[in-house]
Ligand binder design. Structure first.
Ligand SMILES: Nc1ncnc2c1ncn2[C@@H]1O[C@H](COP(=O)(O)OP(=O)(O)OP(=O)(O)O)[C@@H](O)[C@H]1O
Ligand SMILES: [Mg+2]
Length: 638
């Protein structure tokens, strides 16, 4: 609970990092991006396969397959765990024998072996347990790290076009809590269950060797406690465990919504209702947890009962055997005390079964992310990217979002020679951002061609395309850090002079210099401590610093008041002079500076040419210009 706000911050960063504007920050990419060949660098192929490909035998088989090369370590952990449990049983058995034998006051020499064994078992129990924890956690935590990387990579690939239906809080819950839950499959289910089987079998064998009927009693008791009780508690808890992970996701979603939308909700007076919803989600989670706890408590009680009955039964058959002269009186203590210790092995099994159920649901949620179809296909064998992308050419290009019948863009031709600047204008929803998505290979085209220096862009790896074509997104993200850090994302080795030059070109330098902390001034979460115009300018400075051969600017002046918007447009047109630029904008002011203006409507080009020519001709651009002038005079009049 306490960490939730902090986690939300992480989620935000995680999801934001995955948004299209990452393309404007190539320096941040190597750490978080890459699939295909690159993923092999971090996740060895065997494991990457286990993580990414459906395996036969259900979701838990896939979780098991994740162990891959760490199987040896897990085997060692199982051995150590069995030795630790075995030492506990051995300690009880030898100390029982020692006490009984000592009561007969034999020469102390007769006791030396048992004394030493007691000591060895006592020390061994702690040492083996420690070593087991070390080995198992090391192996499992490494596996988790791989899984988290794989989930993150997949999210990153899905994010630009594919995440719109999944909620941020739920994604966070999948990335953090559900991946974490996978560790329980080994640490709380497989290893304890494995050690329980080994130690139970050994204890039964040993007891049966002393007295066969005692062995039979112990076998029955262990079977009842180790298999029967977990079956009962598992049935009680199944529904609760199945609902646990989604309920956790729901709570995370509600809290994330509440925190990010507090201002809007307060204004709309909807805050109390939303808080009540969050409380409801919390209540649901608490009820599920308490039902699961009930099952655990039931398991503990039943196991204690079975254990008591077994020890009593062992004592009875032991006493009969001693009376019949088939068992040494001294060994009687061993026959009674061994079962008492052996139950330690099965004590945790009801809970282990619950963990298994919990892991199954979490694993399903993790694999839902890992198996989600990629919105963009990557070539099997990517071609080498050309050194220079010119000319960038689109011919008859059409693109459509998954699940939509209508093309968001169709029949588009575009040629960007080196140094050429093209503006794309058009009403909202006309396909401008879609064009940017296609150019950055965040969205596949379904007709037409897209080439860079004559090379098919779909034969290149998307990351390679994004090194050549960069984006300053419609709502570029600023990280909760300093001005300097936000700029350095674009190029981490940029010098102070280069940073200042980029700020200068975005007309932000004077302002930055006037701040008491200069470039070390913090910008706040999402740049909350800056004005809208300053935020856009900082994003622009970052895109300029990244120095992409082709820069796509998506509505850099959006949300700004008219004078600020026009000033920013004028500044960025000055800053991109001589650079290949595609400027997407809804304002026409200043566009006489670009080489070509393309007017889009409903995904189609309805007019194109030099700005002044278009303005002189009868057509959509002139209508847009007239509307713009009218709204300006309206603003001026009020
Ligand atoms: N991820 C998406 N999934 C499905 N449809 C989408 C998606 N993004 C955009 N669209 C649809 O595609 C069309 C073009 O959208 P696009 O974002 O390219 O418009 P735009 O010209 O950038 O608009 P604006 O000026 O408002 O930014 C719209 O009809 C929109 O509803
Ligand atoms: Mg747009």
């Amino acid at each position: 609970m306490v960490h939730r706000p902090a986690l939300l911050g992480v989620a935000d960063r995680v999801v934001r990092l995955a948004e299209p504007e990452t393309a404007a920050v190539p320096a941040a990419r190597p750490a978080v991006q890459g699939s295909g060949t690159r993923s092999a660098e971090v996740v060895p192929p065997a494991r990457a396969e286990a993580l990414e490909q459906p395996a036969a035998g259900g979701v838990l088989a896939r979780v098991r397959a994740m162990s891959g090369p760490r199987r040896g370590r897990l085997g060692l952990a199982l051995l150590l765990g069995s030795l630790a449990l075995g030492s506990a049983v051995g300690l009880m058995a030898t100390s029982g024998w020692l006490i009984s034998r000592a009561s007969q006051q034999p020469p102390v020499l007769y006791l030396m072996v048992a004394v030493t064994a007691t000591r060895a078992f006592g020390i061994g129990r702690a040492v083996f347990r420690y070593a087991e924890r070390l080995v198992s956690h090391d192996a499992v935590l490494r596996m988790l790290a791989d899984t988290r990387v794989a989930v993150f990579r997949r999210l990153e690939r899905l994010a630009p076009a594919g995440l719109r239906l999944t909620r941020r809080g739920d994604l966070l819950s999948r990335l953090v809590a559900d991946v974490d839950a996978l560790q329980d499959y080994w640490l709380r289910w497989l290893l304890p269950a494995g050690a329980a089987v080994v130690v139970s079998a050994a204890s039964v064998g040993f007891t049966a060797w002393l007295l066969p009927e005692a062995g039979a009693v112990l076998a029955a008791g262990l079977l009842a406690a180790g298999a029967g009780v977990p079956l009962v508690t598992g049935a009680v808890a199944r529904r609760a465990e199945h609902r646990l992970a989604p309920a956790r996701g729901m709570l995370a979603t509600r809290v994330a919504d509440l925190l990010t939308g507090t201002a809007e909700l307060t204004v709309a007076g909807a805050l109390p209702a939303r808080i009540a919803q969050a409380r409801q989600a919390d209540g649901a989670l608490t009820r599920i947890a308490s039902r699961a706890a009930t099952a655990t408590a039931l398991g503990d009680g039943l196991t204690a009962l079975v254990s008591g009955l077994t020890v009593t039964a062992a004592a009875l058959v032991g006493a009969q055997a001693v009376a019949a002269g088939r068992l040494d009186g001294v060994a009687m203590a061993v026959v009674v005390l061994t079962p008492l210790a052996a139950f330690e092995a099965v004590l945790g099994l009801p809970l282990a079964v619950q963990y298994r159920q919990r892991v199954r649901r979490s694993a399903e949620r993790v694999y839902e992310v890992l198996d989600a179809p990629e919105p963009v296909k990557e070539p099997e064998r990517p071609r080498q990217a050309p050194a220079s992308p010119f000319p960038v050419a689109l011919k008859g290009l059409a693109a459509r979002y998954a699940g939509q019948d209508r093309h968001a863009l169709s029949g588009l031709d575009l040629a960007l020679e080196e140094g050429r600047r093209v503006a794309v204008v058009g009403p909202s929803g006309s396909g401008k951002t879609t064009l940017a998505q296609v150019l950055l290979r965040f969205l596949d085209a379904d007709a037409g061609s897209y080439t860079l220096a004559g090379v098919d862009a779909y034969a290149l790896h998307g990351d390679e395309v994004r090194k050549l074509v960069g984006l300053c997104a419609q709502d570029a993200h600023l990280f909760d850090s300093s001005l300097r850090e936000n700029l350095l994302l674009a190029r981490k080795d940029a010098t102070e002079d280069e940073l200042r030059a980029a700020l200068g070109r975005a007309r932000l330098l004077d302002w930055a210099d006037s701040l008491p902390d200069g470039l070390d001034t913090l910008v706040g979460e999402h740049g909350a401590l800056l004005s809208g115009g300053q935020r856009q300018r900082l994003a622009l400075a970052r895109a300029l610093l990244a120095d992409f051969p082709v820069l796509v600017l998506d509505e850099p002046a959006e949300h700004l008041d008219l004078p600020t918007a026009d000033a920013l447009t004028a500044d960025l047109l000055a800053a991109t002079e001589g650079r290949t630029t595609l400027l997407i904008t809804h304002r026409l002011a200043g566009l006489e500076a670009v080489d070509e203006v393309i007017v889009l409507d409903q995904g189609r080009v309805v007019q194109r040419g030099a700005y002044t020519e278009l303005l002189a001709a009868d057509g959509p651009l002139r209508e847009m210009a007239a509307r713009e002038t009218a709204s300006e005079s309206l603003v001026a009049a009020t």
